[in-house]
Ligand binder design. Structure first.
Ligand SMILES: Cc1ncc(COP(=O)(O)O)c(C=O)c1O
Length: 405
């Protein structure tokens, strides 16, 4: 099956399912609109759609993908504040009406190409508690929100909500608390301008741990209940990406070449006199592991060898290169692993977020294949009873693999 030794993912749909169920338990008032950009594997989108999730799409292409899987336009938010005009026109033609904006030029485009859109104002919020910041690029500063809303009113546009993103991999729920308070402030300004405000979108940035596992969700729920209580008539949504898929994917990469370390400054042996090794694997920063370029210091890649290795076998200080002819294509500078053979497989857990969706064809290396799997138990008890029609309609024969446990 893997004769060509292409890199591949095993995607545990059970993990996606569990993350979704945990979400509905912990944040019962917040409907997830999964951020397609994070990982657009069709089986993941099918599953989330079957469970009732909406979708955050960033472009015509993502809208197309969601619609092609049977998602209805009312379950899509076009959550990109700066959109090409023809993508706006396309959204309009498909009945995708809810979209974000954060500047006046965007309002002018929307008034030309989708004048009846339901607009959601993206505000800039404090993203200092997150590892990947988004506020430098998107979101109107709070101090300018009123002026922008006045402009929307002049153009006769319909502003119906507020959105924010605290940044990806947010580590403190206080960031959400503050952003929810900021949103309340903007809601009040908008209502004073007679806008019928009915949607709060608390964005992405969630991680399985610690935000939703510990007390993080309580802080969010309390802030929502205080500032947007259930009887306020405001619908709350979010755009989780990483939370839904990160831990569900394991990437398998193949060792395609090796050599003894040649870097003269580091020396070719480690402190104990063991050889230092360099390996070339068939996926790298131009492929699945592009996220290393974004935050190298935070990537905790811990590769596991696919075969058993005795405890007595020495661990050698090793460097992992990606496959392309570019020195930037380095996956790990230094990792202590047993000596690998060409042809060995290394397994990288937690590879579901911003991996396959950021892949390029640089140097012509193949993209990783994806094999979605689901336990028969989860499929039979949770999916089949509710989603028979959906699955019969949507899944090409043979596209599902089940496993016994
Ligand atoms: C507008 C928007 N929503 C949601 C997300 C998903 O964020 P996360 O994966 O951190 O949940 C992103 C990520 O870039 C985004 O830009």
């Amino acid at each position: 099956m893997f004769g060509n030794q292409q890199p591949f993912y095993v995607a545990s749909l059970d993990c996606v399912l569990k993350a979704y169920l945990r979400w509905t338990t912990n944040l019962p008032r917040v409907q997830p609109f999964y951020a397609v950009k994070c990982n657009n594997t069709p089986a993941v989108l099918w599953l989330l759609s079957a469970l009732g999730s909406g979708f955050d799409c960033a472009s015509k292409g993502e809208i197309d993908l969601a619609l092609s899987l049977g998602v209805t336009p009312d379950k899509i938010i076009y959550a990109h504040p700066t959109k090409p005009s023809y993508h706006i026109r396309y959204a309009c033609s498909q009945g995708v009406d809810t979209m974000t904006f954060d500047n006046e030029e965007e309002l002018l485009k929307i008034s030309s190409f989708h004048a009846h859109a339901k607009l959601v104002l993206r505000i800039a919020v404090d993203d200092s508690k997150s590892e990947l910041k988004l506020s430098p690029k998107f979101g109107v500063p709070l101090s300018s929100a009123g002026k922008l809303l006045e402009r929307a009113a002049q153009l006769g546009l319909q502003v119906t909500g507020v959105s924010f993103h605290v940044g990806s991999r947010c580590t403190e729920s206080s960031a959400f608390k503050q952003a929810i308070a900021d949103s309340r402030h903007v809601f009040d300004i908008a209502r004073s301008l007679d806008f019928k405000m009915s949607l709060l979108d608390i964005g992405g940035g969630f991680t399985l741990w610690p935000l939703l596992e510990n007390i993080g969700h309580k802080v969010i729920n309390e802030a929502l209940d205080e500032l947007f209580p259930p009887d306020s008539g405001v619908r709350i949504i979010a755009e989780p990406g990483r939370y839904c898929v990160e831990s569900a994917f394991t990437l398998a990469v193949n060792v395609i070449a090796k050599r003894a370390a040649v870097n003269e400054t580091d020396g070719s042996s480690d402190e104990a006199g063991n050889r230092r090794m360099e390996y070339y694997i068939n996926d790298g920063v131009y492929g699945s592991l592009n996220c290393i370029l974004n935050f190298p210091e935070n990537m905790k890649i811990e590769p596991h060898l696919h075969r058993a290795v005795g405890d007595s076998e020495p661990r050698l200080k090793s460097l992992l290169w990606g496959p392309t002819c570019d020195c930037v294509d380095k996956v790990l500078d230094s990792v202590w692993i047993p000596e690998l053979r060409v042809g060995d497989w290394l397994l990288l857990d937690n590879s579901g977020a911003y991996t396959s969706s950021l892949c390029s064809d640089f140097n012509g290396f193949e993209r990783a294949l994806t094999f979605p799997v689901m336990t028969a138990d989860a499929f039979n008890t949770l999916i089949r009873p509710h989603c028979k029609v959906f699955f019969l309609r949507s899944c090409p024969p043979g596209s599902w693999t089940t496993q016994q446990d």
